[in-house]
Design a protein around this ligand. Structure first.
Ligand SMILES: [Zn+2]
Length: 405
């Protein structure tokens, strides 16, 4: 269950503090200028395989942002979708010989258990693509009326030449976008496309795939339109913060922007925050290589709080490699923190709390926050008095780690 942190509530009116985060679109660290209520959309999982460490690193990034925003007195509405129909879950279900929705159901359960074990704030809503088809059809129809689409062989494409700012998020050259599109599910060589970067909005389903009726023929949605529809349905035309792994910047998020802004004429997201990718001991972590580190396996070996602590050692924006020895090291760091905290009650203020807040405000410098926690444990061990213990409990709770469990 979510633990409230009443001893840490800072009312926004009483502080001039603001989080600063790197905005992918502006390509710089900026003040996060948001109202009392913050709307955040984070691209969720495709539920065809278990939660791995890369997912955990991504979702813990947004969890830390949410915790600090709440600490600053904001309320945060988090929408994290479930991509339960796309080009990766359908082949996997076919390979396993089970219904794709059954596969989605069981993997969503496992994901929820992992997220709960990691003490992440629950999402306000977790829309599923298969339950949001009407909104996608509505968006595609609006795009069609606006002259942004064309249909060939039953496939409806988005015509990127109708959106002048295509590329404004990723800042990639045309050639770089074409190369990445080919790598990440696009089809730049499809001779039916008017432009290499055009992407699928709607497509016919294979015989054993699910299909929905639509004005463009029976079929299923393309991946990108799913998130635009789910985001707008839950949060309206403009959201405050859009997040996801760095590999989603292009093409996924670039395409979301194009199709959304063509329909609404408004800015789709005010800030874009992306998390780095995790490799494993020198190799890209990937399903095909069979080297995924699953959260469910890892938490058999170490306390989920230690997983949080281990991931905090890496800055959210850097791609990093996970090494097996980080698990036991984090477990022993956690045990050290727990011993140092003892049975102290959290206190409302203190230098360590200020230090952790300031680290989080500084482009979510979790490594600095983690180092401050460990330094505090050291000074308690060296004889610092009881208030320091309460300060450590409060500062760790800001990072989602309850030392009193
Ligand atoms: Zn998405």
């Amino acid at each position: 269950m979510v633990k409230e942190l009443p001893w840490l509530q800072t009312k926004k009116e009483t502080t001039s503090m603001t989080m600063r985060l790197y905005d992918t679109a502006r390509q710089e660290i900026v003040d996060l200028e948001v109202g009392d209520h913050v709307q955040m959309y984070v691209c969720g999982i495709t539920p065809y395989d278990s939660t791995h460490l890369g997912h955990a690193a991504t979702y813990l990034t947004y969890d830390l942002i949410i915790r600090r925003l709440e600490d600053l007195g904001h309320t945060v509405e988090l929408v994290r979708n479930v991509t339960d129909v796309d080009d990766s879950i359908l082949p996997k279900a076919r390979e396993l010989g089970i219904d794709f929705l059954k596969l989605a159901e069981s993997e969503m359960d496992r994901f929820s258990q992992d997220m709960e074990a990691l003490n992440t704030r629950p999402a306000s809503s977790e829309p599923r693509a298969t339950e949001s088809i009407a909104g996608m059809i509505e968006l595609i129809s609006a795009l069609e009326s606006g002259g942004h689409t064309y249909t060939i062989d039953g496939i409806t494409y988005f015509d990127v030449s109708t959106f002048a700012s295509f590329g404004k998020l990723s800042h990639l050259t045309n050639a770089e976008m074409v190369a990445l599109a080919a790598e990440r599910g696009g089809s730049p060589d499809d001779p039916r496309q008017r432009n290499a970067l055009d992407f699928v909005l709607w497509q016919p389903s294979a015989d054993d795939e699910p299909r929905w009726d639509s004005p463009f023929g029976p079929g299923r949605p393309g991946w990108h339109i799913e998130c635009s529809a789910m985001s707008m349905d839950a949060l309206g035309t403009t959201i405050d913060i859009h997040g996801g792994g760095g590999d989603l910047i292009f093409p996924h998020h670039e395409c979301e922007i194009a199709q959304s802004e063509c329909v609404t004429g408004e800015l789709f997201s005010r800030y874009w925050v992306h998390a780095g990718l995790v490799a494993y001991q020198g190799t890209k972590m990937s399903k095909s290589l069979g080297n995924l580190v699953f959260v469910s396996d890892l938490r058999q070996k170490i306390d989920p709080r230690a997983i949080r602590l281990a991931l905090m050692a890496h800055h959210y924006r850097s791609d990093f490699e996970w090494f097996d020895e980080e698990g036991p090291q984090a477990q022993s760091d956690l045990e050290w923190l727990v011993r140092a905290a003892g049975d102290a009650d959290p206190v409302s203020h203190g230098p360590l709390i200020d230090e952790v807040r300031s680290a989080l405000d500084d482009d979510l410098d979790a490594p600095r926050a983690r180092a401050a926690l460990l330094a505090a444990a050291q000074s308690i061990e060296d004889g610092a008095g009881p208030p320091h213990r309460g300060c450590l409990v409060a500062a760790a709770s800001l990072c989602g780690i309850d030392l009193r469990e």
